[in-house]
Design a protein around this ligand. Structure first.
Ligand SMILES: [Zn+2]
Length: 561
């Protein structure tokens, strides 16, 4: 089984009001998971595997790159052997498969993409297109980057195609099987399209055009336009302060994209060619955000890109050097169709996943620390959260299973060959507060199951004052014999040892408790799984029942010696 690994890294600020504390977390998820699970904050679909230290402001950029690749190699070193030998993975259907992990994609913004691929800033991380020819929309694609080919090139030759060759530095991808780090650089709708092409570039050109038409009134005209948006579900009214908005997030970009064409249409009446280009850009961004694609939607995406490319000439006058050279985000649009074909829709793995993880993983973790020695504390916090979420998910699945089988009944198997015991009431007192003998409650050395059941029934009848239980006792047949040699004790829980899921050499002690008062507070009766007879797989059969496991609640525990 192939396990495509999706890694993500994104620097983030930790302190919001004061200080300059930042973190550079590395996230990991796998392509085998559904994308909804990967984004969910309740599942462990995305985990934190490390936090890189903050880079010093060193003039020697090569030393920083060397340190980055060394650190990442150390973090991913354990994968190298698994990539060759495979790792047994217990799948959700109960089968264990041999999984072969491969580095498949890396969620990163443009500067981090350059650092990971060792591509010179402003060059394309996926192809060897010269930045002077950007955006290169509608032109035949340039040669794809390949790590193997660069090993034979000299530093000068590599520099001509935008690749750093740094002595003593080998790209971390060269240690991993079948990994083309350049192809791992997936599309990033948030940073490339919404923030880069749409807001930072195209909107700047549109504002320059409006300033040319309306002079100093341009900002006022735009503010009025955004304030006049009629109230409607899903439409945001920015009020009269649109041009003064400083904090831009993904939702602001999307809200602006939803209304900017009808707003600009009357303002750019004399420039239909440029307005058409803006419409094509809107189409492109919206199409790129589709959750799934067909050949038709990809064709629409291509034609929207060509339409936008044709209209770019109209904005050329607002560029300082009269060219679009050196805008890698504009050029990245030509790689969207191939990326969608390779990795699926853009929401599958984009930086929005890691951006949202910052809030519920990193920022929450930082708040739980003493804000001094925060990195180790954050990692510890994250590990604990992972375990707690894991347990909660298991409990949830058990609870779902119980609700699926409301008629679940516990059947006690009685040995028919066991000697029939005569009825006899055992002497029992109330439940002990700790795991201590409650009474000199004895039964023979070779206690039949019936005798044991009698003891249970008597105990339960006294505990619950249930007359029905007494009749059950007569039905099973009691005996005075077992009140002779063995002691039965009431325990407050059961303890089992099992192999650690993560480390097979380690044994874990699991304790399930059944206590009427837990820590002098409410009662506590834990959920457990009972090993029974496996049920044949069927469409309605849950995985637990196929394994012969029955979910149950531990209400009473006994011990005898
Ligand atoms: Zn390219």
């Amino acid at each position: 089984m192939l396990v495509p690994l999706i890694l993500g890294s994104d620097k983030t600020m930790l302190s919001t009001m004061s200080g300059d504390k930042s973190a550079w977390p590395i996230y990991l998820t796998v392509g085998n998971l559904a994308k909804e699970k990967r984004r969910s904050t309740k599942c462990n679909g995305l985990i934190l595997i490390g936090i890189l230290p903050k880079c010093p402001n060193s003039p020697d950029q090569h030393a920083i790159k060397r340190a980055l690749h060394c650190a990442l190699r150390e973090i991913l070193r354990s994968l190298e052997s698994y990539e060759r030998l495979g790792i047994p993975i217990r799948c959700a259907d109960g089968h264990t498969r041999l999984g072969f992990p491969r580095l498949a994609s890396w969620l990163a913004d443009y500067p981090e993409q350059c650092a990971l691929t060792l591509v010179i800033y402003r060059w394309c991380p996926r192809c060897e297109c010269d930045p002077k020819e950007f955006p290169a929309i509608g032109q035949p694609g340039s040669r794809k980057r390949q790590l193997k080919r660069y090993s034979s090139l000299s530093a000068e030759e590599a520099k001509k195609i935008g690749q750093w060759k740094i002595s003593g530095l080998e790209n971390l991808a060269s240690f991993h099987l079948d990994c083309n780090i350049f192809e791992c650089m997936n599309t990033d709708r948030l940073h490339q399209l919404l923030k880069g092409v749409f807001k930072d570039h195209t909107w700047t050109w549109v504002m320059a055009l409006l300033t040319k038409i309306y002079g100093s009134r341009a900002s006022e005209v735009v503010d009025d336009g955004f304030a006049n948006i009629p109230p409607f579900v899903g439409l945001r009214n920015f009020g009269h302060r649109f041009t003064k908005v400083t904090q831009w997030t993904g939702s602001e970009y999307k809200d602006m994209l939803a209304v900017w064409i009808p707003l600009l249409a009357p303002l750019l009446k004399g420039f239909p060619h440029r307005l058409k280009g803006l419409r094509h850009l809107t189409d492109f961004i919206l199409l790129a955000g589709y959750h799934s694609h067909t050949d038709t939607t990809l064709r629409y995406l291509k034609s929207a890109l060509v339409g936008y490319g044709k209209s770019l000439d109209g904005f050329l006058e607002f560029r300082e050097n009269n060219s679009f050279a050196g805008i890698p985000k504009l050029h990245a649009m030509i790689h969207y169709v191939e990326c969608i074909k390779e990795f699926g829709s853009t929401d599958n793995a984009d930086t929005e996943v890691s951006e949202s993880a910052h809030s519920w993983l990193i920022k929450d973790a930082y708040r739980a620390t003493n804000k001094v020695d925060y990195i180790p504390q954050m990692l510890k916090w994250e590990k604990r959260q992972f375990i707690i979420k894991d347990r909660l998910n298991i409990l949830q699945s058990i609870a779902d299973d119980i609700s699926d089988h409301k008629a679940l009944q516990c059947q006690l198997m009685i040995d028919p060959k066991a000697p029939v015991a005569k009825p006899g009431p055992p002497k029992l007192s109330g439940l002990g507060t700790k795991c201590i003998p409650i009474q000199s409650f004895k039964f023979p050395n070779k206690a039949s199951l019936n005798c044991l059941l009698d003891a249970f029934c008597m105990y339960l009848s006294q505990l619950r004052s249930n007359p029905q239980a007494s009749r059950d006792l007569q039905h099973f047949g009691g005996s005075k014999q077992w009140a002779s040699s063995r002691k039965v004790m009431v325990a407050t829980g059961v303890t089992t040892t099992c192999q650690s899921h993560n480390n097979p050499d380690k044994t874990l002690t699991e304790r399930a408790r059944c206590m009427p008062k837990w820590r002098n507070n409410s009662p506590r009766y834990d959920h457990i799984l009972i090993q029974g007879h496996p049920v044949l797989p069927g469409s309605q059969t849950s995985w637990l029942r196929e394994q012969g496991l029955e979910p149950a609640r531990l209400l009473h525990a006994f011990r005898y010696n």
